[in-house]
Design a protein around this ligand. Sequence first.
Ligand SMILES: [Zn+2]
Ligand SMILES: [Zn+2]
Length: 381
Amino acid sequence: MRAAVMPAPGAPIEVRDLPVPALEPGAVLLETIASEVCGTDVHLWRGRLAGVPYPIIPGHVAVGRIAAIGSADRAPASGSSATAPADLEGRRFEVGEVVTFVDVHGTCGACWYCLVARQSTRCPKRRVYGITMGVADGPSGGWAEAILLRPGTQLLRLPPGLDPETFVGGGCGAVTAFHAVRRGGVRLGDSVVVLGAGPVGLSAAAFAALSGADPVIVVGAPADRLAMAGRMGAALCIDLDRLPHAARRDAVLGCTGGRGADVVIEAAGVPAAVAEGTTLCRDGGVLVVAGHYTDGGEMALNPHAQLNRPHLEVRGCWGSDASHFEGAIRTMARHQGRVPWGEMVTRWFPIEESGAALQAVAARTLLKAGIRPTTGSAPGA
Ligand SMILES: [Zn+2]
Ligand SMILES: [Zn+2]
């Protein structure tokens, strides 16, 4: 089976032939239908994440068809088996089903963070397909013809009508955004500002609007991403390239009764955006920081003026769990007719062009790059 491998930070992406792995009971071999280039893959390529076991196969979010399920009698099962993984209702998966999977694997359910703090995304045992699982773990990322899903990996069916390309259009950004909107506690009628018009910011705008937020305001650039933000559900789009900070703040105050937004979601990944977020939030409001998956540096902050006196609540938002995948998938399936997730992928790349896809995302020359390992052709092309 072929896989696009990131050998080391900065090294060119290589297409390698890997052996098809043997399956232990409960493991699943997924024939990849679609994956994506996430912003995190750019961080991985730049060597900006710790604990990455290069060489790796990127593509932590993907959709595939179950090709085989490891069974207890060692022969791959042709249908459902007693060792097959089950969905959240306990129904076992079968060969041939189209599924995605929670990219986080191995959350232990037994440590202090899992059991006492109930913050499973901070479990030290958790590992992530395509990020902290590498080639040594078998084919463990979506930029490959197949993905080995270890026993215990949570699989999720795509609901009827939600095609793989539409789901991957939202992809990791949609799951992250779903978490961020939940983390912000967005309620009916809240005013929401989203900072950043990348895949996370665009899906955050969509989910906030679907939550009943009004208005939803996106601050970002360039113009084509802001146009997309409008189609995703933003009522007002503020161009970061054209308006200075004071004017951006005036624009937000102008449509929030002069107070600022109830909830601000930072999805820009730029430290200054967090500081700006404090100035766009109303007193007593909530600021969610979701854009800093890697260390982007520091920012200046006046604790009196920006935190203490405005009685601001700042919430970090790290990773995702099964609830965010389940919620994002269900919401996307229901609302895909009015929210154009499927159009967020600017271009689909075959596996051989994974390196070009990565460079295009790094250079921000396209909004999103999809990877189609098995056919290499654009959907419908
Ligand atoms: Zn744990
Ligand atoms: Zn991601």
